[in-house]
Design a protein around this ligand. Structure first.
Ligand code: HAM
Length: 424
């Protein structure tokens, strides 16, 4: 026997017992996106490296150390997408979608980040994200937060926390950045190594540090909310007014800075305390400069992405996933001569009942062993097709749930019985 070549660390197989929850999460989220007027867009998994470097920011963790970058055979630098916004913006510019009103699009799929794998953090993970272009807000900002809240509630997740912040516009942020740098410089000895490095590259990210020792220093740092320009101030106030009126609880957190550089003004994050260190399940914000920065017309934009693995973990624990429907019937086929007519029968059943869940015994076996398989399959009915049934053009039916006596039915009677079973 050859030695198994194992899967890659941080790249997960999602096995059959987990896929029903995945499907429930994905369909619930998609239905809500549909209901708010978003349309699906499907994007490539690989883009030119320069796109992510320019969009996400050269001095972010993602671009500096987490990207799966490789040279194509022609020497071009390509990267497996670490997130969906950059590719989505690129596609919308490239195909002229930004000239058509105010597009609302959503996308889903695998994303790749070379992070240290741990519970809730993987190297291949999945997101569903959405972006809206051409709306300066703040109404759409609030609507997006309300929509993500509805998604989470629809999955049975009722105890998540919502944090909101405003990062202002580039000019006010630059001013705030200077203040912050001078504050941290005054307390340089309290900064850990990473923070000292960030002081010169991306000082706002120090606010996001998990270092316990630095928390008092971070808590006393100047607040970005006190250094907003007047329009950003009004913008965040209008968002919170809409949320207040809608009865959505949130925390204004001036230390919420996010790991991607493209944000302007609004940023938000839904977090759970049940996920350990990786608590963010859904996050996003406004990025009014990005479209222009990557070659499009000046276009305000906002979006979010939800991490499906984290949603699945929480949804499974909330126990509100409807059970997968059981098999309706398992067909036991006894004798070589019954096989071809049995397939003709089931194909006719499928013509009449497209939603029937029916499994035909495959690989032969005695009546006893096939019947055992039928019993184990969880099917409601065992259908038996052997010499006698073949001769009389009937099918024997055993109700495996009620354990009532076996009956012989014509094809029409069988269709009627299965139709009732499907209707529940
Ligand atoms: P993000 O915060 O980097 O934002 O990722 C969004 C969500 O993806 C996170 O809240 C988390 O649930 C999930 N996630 C991120 N990294 C991992 C990982 N390594 N393993 C498992 N789950 C993970 C973005 O990606 C932005 N593109 C969101 C956005 C869209 N902003 C505007 N438009």
């Amino acid at each position: 026997m050859g030695k198994l070549i194992q899967g890659i660390r941080g790249f997960n197989d999602i096995l059959c017992e987990a896929t029903p929850v995945w499907r429930f999460v994905e369909t619930t989220v998609c239905e809500i996106l549909d209901s708010y007027g978003y349309e699906e867009i499907r994007l490539p998994v690989v883009e030119k490296t320069a796109l992510f470097a320019r969009a996400i920011g050269e001095v972010t963790d993602i671009v500096e150390k987490e990207m799966y970058t490789f040279e194509d055979r022609n020497g071009e630098s390509l990267t497996l997408r670490p997130e969906g916004t950059a590719g989505c913006v690129r596609a919308c510019i490239q195909h002229g979608l930004l000239h058509k009103g105010q597009p609302r699009v959503w996308y889903g799929g695998a994303m790749f980040r070379y992070e240290r794998p741990q519970k809730g953090r993987y190297r291949q993970f999945h997101q569903i994200g959405a972006e809206v272009f051409g709306v300066p807000g703040p109404d759409i900002d609030a609507e997006m937060i309300l929509m993500t809240g509805r998604m989470l509630r629809s999955l049975g997740l009722l105890d998540l926390q919502l944090q909101i912040n405003s990062l202002g516009i580039p000019a006010s942020r630059a001013e705030y950045r200077e203040r912050l740098v001078s504050y941290f410089r005054r307390h340089h000895e309290q900064l850990d190594e990473e923070a000292q490095r960030r002081l010169h590259t991306n000082p706002l990210r120090i606010l996001d540090s998990k270092s316990l020792a630095m928390q008092p220093l971070i808590a006393a740092a100047p607040s970005i909310l006190e250094h907003l320009d007047a329009t950003s101030q009004a913008h965040i106030e209008q968002i919170t007014a809409i949320l207040d009126t809608a009865g959505i609880a949130y925390t204004l957190n001036p230390r919420l800075v996010r790991g991607l550089d493209y944000y302007t003004r609004t940023v938000f994050e839904w977090t759970s305390e049940r996920l350990g260190a990786q608590g963010a399940v859904c996050a996003g914000g406004r990025y009014d400069g990005l479209v222009e920065q990557i070659g499009g017309p000046p276009t305000p934009a906002i979006g979010f992405a939800a991490g499906i693995e984290r949603l699945v973990t929480l949804t499974a624990a909330a126990e509100c996933v409807p059970p997968e429907p059981a098999l309706h019937a398992y067909l036991v086929v006894v004798g070589e001569e019954a096989v071809a007519p049995a397939y003709r029968l089931v194909e006719r059943l499928r013509d009449h009942l497209p939603r029937v869940r029916l499994r035909v015994n495959s690989g032969g076996g005695s009546f006893k062993s096939q019947f055992k398989r039928a019993d184990r399959s969880g099917a409601r009915y065992a259908l038996i097709f052997a010499a006698e049934e073949l001769a009389t053009a009937r099918v024997s039916v055993k109700d495996l749930r009620e354990r009532t006596d076996q009956r012989r039915l014509s094809e029409a009677e069988l269709i009627e019985l299965l139709a009732e079973c499907i209707a529940g």
